[in-house]
Structures are given as C-alpha cells and as structure tokens.
Design a protein around this ligand. Structure first.
Ligand SMILES: CCCCCCCCCCCC(=O)SCCNC(=O)CCNC(=O)[C@H](O)C(C)(C)COP(=O)(O)OP(=O)(O)OC[C@H]1O[C@@H](n2cnc3c(N)ncnc32)[C@H](O)[C@@H]1OP(=O)(O)O
Length: 239
C-alpha cells in the first residue's frame, strides 16, 4: 500500500510539473536516472503475481503454471509498453511516422495503466492445440461501476483484450471489428473471474471468436461474448 501511495504521489508531482512547463526528468530524479542511464532497462512483466493478488488469483495462477510444464499451455507475458517486432510491423504498415515518434513514445497499454491492485490485474494463458486462451482477472477498486461491482466498460475492455490475444496469436496484427457482450450477472469488485476465449473459425482475414466469463468455481456465468477480429491489410492505411 505504501509503495502504491509513493508511486501515485510521484505521478501527481510529475503531472503538476508538466502543467508548470518543466520536463518530467527535471522534476523527478528517479525518472531522470531511468531515462539517462546507459544501463539497459528490463521492462516489467505484469502478468506475474504481485502483493495485490488475492489467494484465489494466486491459486489459479499456480494451477495454470503447472499446466505449462508439459508445453500444452503457455503464459503470455504482458508489458505496459514494450517495443516488439509486432509493434514495428504495425508502425511500418499502418501509421504515420510523425505520429509514431511524438505519441507512441509515451503510449501505454490501457489495461496496464494503473498502480498494482487498483485496476486490471490479469494473466493470460494460451493453448495452441485448442486455439484458446484463459484469462485470470481480478478487477480492482478503480474499475467500479454500480457500487460494489465492476463497470461494464471495464469488463468489456478485459474481454476485448483476452479475446484479442486469442485472435492475435494465430492471426498476427488484428483489430476488433465487432464485440457483442451479454452481461448476465454483475461481477463483484475485487473478485477473481475466469475469461475463456476460443477461436471458432477463420474466413480469409476474419477471425470469429467466442468467450465466457465465469466465477472461479465455474458455478456463475457472468458474461458471454462473441467477437469478430480482422487481420489488417498491409496495403490499407488505418488513418
Ligand atoms: C502490438 C501488440 C498487440 C497487443 C494486443 C493486445 C490486445 C488488445 C486488443 C484490443 C483490440 C482493440 O481495442 S482494437 C480497437 C477497436 N477497433 C477499432 O478501432 C477498429 C476500427 N475499424 C477498422 O479500422 C476497420 O473497420 C477494420 C481494420 C477492423 C477493418 O477494415 P478493413 O481492413 O478495411 O476491412 P474491410 O475490407 O472493411 O472488411 C474485411 C471483411 O470483414 C468484414 N467486416 C468488417 N467489419 C465488420 C463488422 N463490424 N461486422 C461484420 N463484418 C465486418 C467485411 O465485410 C469484409 O468481409 P468480406 O467481404 O471479406 O467477407
């Protein structure tokens, strides 16, 4: 808790400084060390346990890590902003280079923008033979909608991210064209749910997927969804 308060304070100070026209590194020595150091910065993999993870989430994580031992399942690492070959391909084919330089340098993955425990805590496992993913998700207090429950937009975001990964592994660079969600039961804030996604069929550039969100004991069906993802055409610009 103390760590997250310190980090939140640092963010606030940085934002205040930005309004006053001071560069972020000049107003924060920790940032400055990180930016100007010649040491290679190893990005933090957020799809690993942290102190905010509940017992349920840790238990499920351990169970799936066991399933990874024979190679049938794979844990997918997750970063706030990591430059990969995929991002490079995306940039080369689809984005204006000026926009990339100025804006992508500050970009962060939406679902990884919160301090530990406050927003989206999750890990996704992938099974290549079955073309499916399982996402273990604990939605924190900043994702509240109706008091005590998760916001529908937060649920939709997490479904989009989980189903999107299930499409992106076989499909490459894909975007969501359609996401249809039935919210059947409200999800209690800070509880753990399991998001099961499945690739149903591929037709040309179209990937059709389905998904359900269940309680850890599988007794409650919280949501069901279907999604259409389109593999981007390198001949077409996005903007
Ligand atoms: C880097 C790290 C990653 C990390 C990955 C992290 C995962 C995060 C996942 C988050 C994903 C997102 O939030 S994505 C953000 C939200 N989505 C968007 O902003 C997408 C906005 N939409 C678009 O830009 C466009 O519509 C596209 C790219 C989706 C498709 O455009 P296009 O490529 O020109 O394709 P187009 O020719 O129109 O359509 C191709 C075929 O699909 C069909 N089609 C297209 N849209 C639809 C539709 N809504 N419903 C039915 N069918 C459709 C067409 O009829 C056609 O069928 P046929 O004639 O061939 O039969």
């Amino acid at each position: 808790m103390l760590r997250s308060c310190t980090a939140a304070l640092r963010t606030l100070q940085a934002l205040r400084g930005r309004r006053e026209g001071v560069s972020p590194a000049a107003r924060d020595p920790v940032l400055a060390r990180r930016w100007f150091s010649t040491e290679k910065v190893i990005p933090k993999d957020h799809a690993l346990p942290n102190p905010s993870w509940s017992k349920d989430l840790r238990l499920l994580f351990d169970q799936f890590m066991k399933k990874c031992e024979d190679g049938s399942w794979e844990r997918l690492p997750s970063y706030k902003s990591k430059y990969t070959q995929k991002s490079e391909d995306f940039k080369t084919y689809f984005l204006d280079s000026k926009l990339v330089k100025e804006q992508l340098s500050q970009a962060q993955l939406f679902t990884r923008g919160y301090e530990d425990g406050l927003g989206f805590e999750y890990v996704i496992f992938y099974n290549d033979d079955e073309k499916r993913t399982v996402c273990l998700f604990q939605g924190g207090p900043y994702l509240q909608g109706v008091p005590g429950f998760l916001h529908g937009g937060a649920i939709a975001t997490m479904i989009d991210a989980a189903v999107g990964m299930c499409a992106a592994i076989p499909g490459g660079i894909v975007m969501t064209a359609n996401l249809n969600i039935n919210f059947k039961r409200p999800i209690p804030l800070c509880s753990v749910v399991v998001i099961n996604s499945q690739l149903d069929k591929i037709e040309g550039r179209k990937l059709f997927l389905s998904c359900n969100v269940r309680s850890v004991d599988e007794k409650i069906l919280y949501s069901e969804a279907t999604g259409l993802f389109i593999k981007l055409d390198p001949e077409k610009s996005l903007i």
